[in-house]
Design a protein around this ligand. Structure first.
Ligand SMILES: Nc1ncnc2c1ncn2[C@@H]1O[C@H](COP(=O)(O)OP(=O)(O)OP(=O)(O)O)[C@@H](O)[C@H]1O
Length: 630
C-alpha cells in the first residue's frame, strides 16, 4: 500500500477556478475593479504614511471596451507591480497579496485602508470570460514595467514592458461565447450594479455636460457643452459619513440614489455605525409598507468595503427587518460560506442583534420625541414591528415602550396604557382583562357600535399576522388578558359579568324555540345558542367563536393553530335572544309555514347585517321580503 500527499498545485485547481469559482460569470468585473481599487487605496496609504514621496493627484480607474480587438481593459493608477511581484502575487494562485499587505502594515492603520481582497483568487475569475489575459503594470517603485500574458493554461510569459505611467492595465481578450461583455450597455449595467459606491472614481467613457449660461446670454442661446469623464460611481456614499455630517435631505437623496425608480419618500432612517466588536456601517430606511409582505423583501443591499455583494441579506439581518430598505456594509460578514453556516456564525449573530437593537432604539426615540407623528406613521410601520415582536423576544421586550394599539375611534394606546384604561370596565367575573378588537371597521360595524355603547374600547387590529400576535400577548401576560373579537359573541357575553339576565321563556318554551330553529337552519353551519338578553337587543345574531376563528386564521398565515383547521368549514353560532318579542311571536305562531318564514327571515337579516348573505340565499331573501310587503 502506498501513502502520500495529494499535491494541490496550480495545475490542478486552475481548471476548477475557471469553471466553478463563481457560478456567476459577470462578477469577474467586480473582482478586477476591486483589485484596481485595492491597488489605488494602497498607493494612497503609502503616500499618506510618507513611504512613497510622489504626487499621485486624484487617481481614478478606467474601464474601456475595444471592439476592434475584442478586448476589455481595466486600467488603474495604483501601486502597480514589479516583475517579481507579478511572479509572486499573480503566479502563485491562492497567495493573497492583499493579506500580506495587511500583515506588513498592520501597525500603521492598514485596517483603515478598506482593502477588499482576501482570498487571492479574484484575479483568476478573469479566465471565466477571457481566453487570454494580459497584465501591463508599472510599480510606483523605480523599476521597469512588466507584461504578463496567459492564455488560460499554466503557461505564462513575463517580460519587460514599455508602460511608462504608474499602475496596472488588465486586458481581457473576451471569449466568443461571452461577447456580451463587449457591449457598452452590459458593462454599464454591471458597473451600476456592483460598483456604484466604490471608493475610487470609475470612468467609463465620456459624456457631454452643459455649462451654465453666462449672465449676459440671450434667451434662446444654446448652452455650451463640454466633454467630461463619465464617472459611474459616487465614491462617498452617505453611509460612509458620520451621522453628524448629514441632514435629513441627504438621507432622502441617498434613498433616491439607491432606488431611482422609487418615488415615495421613506418614513425615516436608521444610521448604523459600529466598529467594535465588529465593523458595520449602513443606513436602513423604513419604507411605507403594505400588507403584501412578500413583494417587499430583499431590498437591502449588502456591501463589503463599498463593493456590492448581494441583495439577499437573509441570515444577516433579522427576518422581520428584511422588509426595510437601505444598505449594510461590513467586511466582517463571511460570505464564502453557506447561509445556514452564516446564521450560526458568532460575528453574524452579533451583527443581527446589533441591528435589532438599533432599530428598536430608533423607534423608541421617535415615539418619545414626537408621539403624534409616530401615531400617524403607525399604520405604515406596524407590520414590521408586529412581525418583530413575534419573531424576536428581545425586540418584543423593547417594543413594549412603543408598540401601539389603535382603537376603532383612532386613539392610540401602548399596551400598558390600554390595560390601565380598560381595567375597570373590561374585567370579567374571573378577574380576567378582556381586550376587545375588530379586524374590519365596516364589516363589524354593528358589533363595534354595541360594544362602544357599553363604554368598551375596541381595538382595530388588522395586520395579517395579528392572530399570532394576540396569542403571544396572551401568553406574555400569563393568561390574565384575553383578546376577544367584537363579533365573537353577543356584547353581553363578550365580557361575562356576575349579573345574569332572566329569561322570559320557561325551560320548555326554550326547548321548543331551539327545536324550531334547528329544523329550519342548516345544522352543519350553525350551532343554535339561546341567550336571555335585553328585550330590545336583536332577536337573532350570528357570531363566530373566538377560538375557532383565531386558529383558522393562524393556520392560514402559517404556523401555530391546530393541524387542518385552515381547511375546516366555517362554523357560526346562531344566538337567539329569548327575551326579544319576535322570538315569543315565533314560539306562538300556529302554522309551521309562518314559523319557518319568520325564522328564515330573521336568520337572513342577521346574516345580512354581517355581509354574509350571498348568492341564492340572497335572491330568496329578496323575493320573500317583497312578498311580505305586497
Ligand atoms: N490591479 C492591480 N494592481 C496591483 N496589484 C494587483 C492588481 N491586481 C492584483 N494584484 C495583486 O495580485 C494579488 C492577487 O490578486 P487576487 O485578486 O487574485 O487576490 P486578492 O485581491 O488578494 O483576493 P481576492 O480573491 O479576495 O480578490 C493581489 O493581492 C495584489 O497583490
Amino acid at each position: 500500500m502506498a501513502t502520500g500527499n495529494i499535491n494541490v498545485s496550480v495545475e490542478n485547481i486552475f481548471p476548477l477556478i475557471k469553471k466553478f469559482l463563481y457560478s456567476d460569470h459577470e462578477i469577474f468585473l467586480r473582482e478586477l475593479i476591486s483589485n484596481a481599487t485595492d491597488a489605488t487605496l494602497k498607493m494612497n496609504h503609502l503616500v499618506r504614511i510618507g513611504e512613497a514621496k510622489i504626487d499621485i493627484g486624484k487617481p481614478k480607474i478606467e474601464i474601456k471596451i475595444d471592439k476592434d480587438n475584442q478586448t476589455l481593459h481595466i486600467v488603474d493608477e495604483g501601486v502597480g507591480m514589479t516583475k517579481e511581484e507579478v511572479e509572486k502575487y499573480i503566479n502563485e494562485v491562492a497567495f493573497s497579496g492583499a493579506e500580506e499587505f495587511l500583515e506588513k502594515y498592520k501597525d500603521s492603520d492598514s485596517k483603515e485602508t478598506g482593502i477588499i481582497g482576501h482570498f487571492g483568487l479574484g484575479f483568476y475569475s478573469a479566465f471565466m470570460v477571457a481566453n487570454k489575459v494580459e497584465i501591463k503594470t508599472k510599480s510606483w517603485k523605480d523599476e521597469p514595467a512588466a507584461k504578463w500574458t496567459c492564455e488560460g493554461t499554466t503557461q505564462f510569459t513575463l517580460e519587460e514592458s514599455d508602460k511608462t505611467d504608474r499602475g496596472t492595465e488588465i486586458i481581457l481578450h473576451i471569449n466568443d461565447d461571452e461577447k456580451e461583455f463587449l457591449e457598452e450597455h452590459r458593462i454599464n449595467e454591471l458597473l451600476v450594479k456592483y460598483n456604484k459606491f466604490m471608493p475610487i472614481p470609475i470612468k467609463f467613457g465620456t459624456k457631454e455636460k452643459e455649462l451654465p449660461k453666462p449672465e449676459d446670454a440671450k434667451e434662446d442661446e444654446e448652452p455650451k457643452k463640454v466633454t467630461v469623464d463619465n464617472i459611474i460611481n459616487n465614491p462617498d456614499p452617505a453611509w460612509t459619513k458620520q451621522p453628524a455630517e448629514l441632514e435629513e435631505d441627504d438621507y432622502n437623496s441617498f434613498y433616491r440614489e439607491l432606488y431611482p425608480t422609487q418615488f415615495e419618500e421613506p418614513l425615516f432612517h436608521i444610521h448604523l455605525n459600529v466598529d467594535y466588536p465588529f465593523n458595520l456601517t449602513g443606513i436602513l430606511y423604513f419604507p411605507k409598507l403594505t400588507n403584501d409582505l412578500s413583494i417587499q423583501k430583499d431590498k437591502i443591499q449588502l456591501y463589503q468595503n463599498q463593493v456590492f455583494v448581494t441583495d439577499n441579506v437573509e441570515g444577516i439581518v433579522p427576518e422581520f427587518l428584511t422588509m426595510l430598505k437601505g444598505v449594510i456594509d461590513s467586511p466582517d460578514i463571511p460570505l464564502n460560506v453557506s447561509r445556514s453556516y452564516l446564521q450560526a456564525d458568532g460575528a453574524v449573530k452579533k451583527i443581527s442583534s446589533y441591528i435589532t437593537r438599533k432599530v428598536a432604539d430608533k423607534l423608541n426615540s421617535l415615539f418619545a420625541n414626537n408621539r403624534e407623528d409616530f401615531e400617524k406613521k403607525w399604520n405604515d410601520i406596524k407590520v414590521v414591528i408586529e412581525y418583530g415582536m413575534l419573531s424576536e423576544d428581545k425586540f418584543f421586550e423593547k417594543a413594549q415602550k412603543f408598540a401601539l394599539y389603535p382603537t376603532t375611534s383612532d386613539e392610540y394606546f401602548t399596551f400598558e396604557e390600554l390595560k390601565n384604561n380598560i381595567t375597570e370596565l373590561q374585567t370579567d367575573k374571573e378577574g380576567k382583562l378582556i381586550v376587545l378588537y375588530a379586524s374590519n371597521k365596516d364589516e363589524q360595524h354593528s358589533y363595534i357600535k354595541r360594544a362602544e355603547a357599553k363604554g368598551y374600547k375596541v381595538l382595530l387590529l388588522n395586520s395579517p399576522i395579528v392572530s399570532h400576535l394576540i396569542q403571544k400577548l396572551e401568553q406574555e401576560n400569563e393568561q390574565k388578558v384575553s383578546f376577544v373579537r367584537v363579533d365573537s359573541d353577543h356584547v353581553d357575553n363578550l365580557i361575562k359579568k356576575e349579573t345574569e339576565q332572566v329569561s322570559k321563556l320557561s325551560d320548555d318554551e326554550k326547548e321548543t324555540v331551539k327545536t324550531s330553529f334547528e329544523t329550519v337552519v342548516p345544522k352543519e353551519k350553525y350551532t343554535v345558542q339561546l341567550e336571555a338578553l335585553d328585550s330590545d337587543t336583536a332577536p337573532v345574531m350570528i357570531t363566530q367563536p373566538e377560538f375557532m376563528r383565531r386558529m383558522k386564521e393562524m393556520q392560514q398565515t402559517g404556523g401555530g393553530g391546530m393541524f387542518g383547521m385552515g381547511n375546516m368549514p366555517e362554523m357560526y353560532n346562531l344566538v337567539v335572544n329569548t327575551n326579544n318579542p319576535l322570538i315569543s311571536k315565533i314560539l306562538k305562531a300556529k302554522e309551521d309555514s309562518k314559523k319557518e318564514g319568520l325564522i328564515k327571515q330573521s336568520l337572513d337579516l342577521a346574516l345580512l347585517s354581517q355581509n354574509l348573505l350571498k348568492g341564492e340565499e340572497l335572491t330568496n331573501f329578496v323575493e320573500r321580503s317583497f312578498k311580505m310587503i305586497k
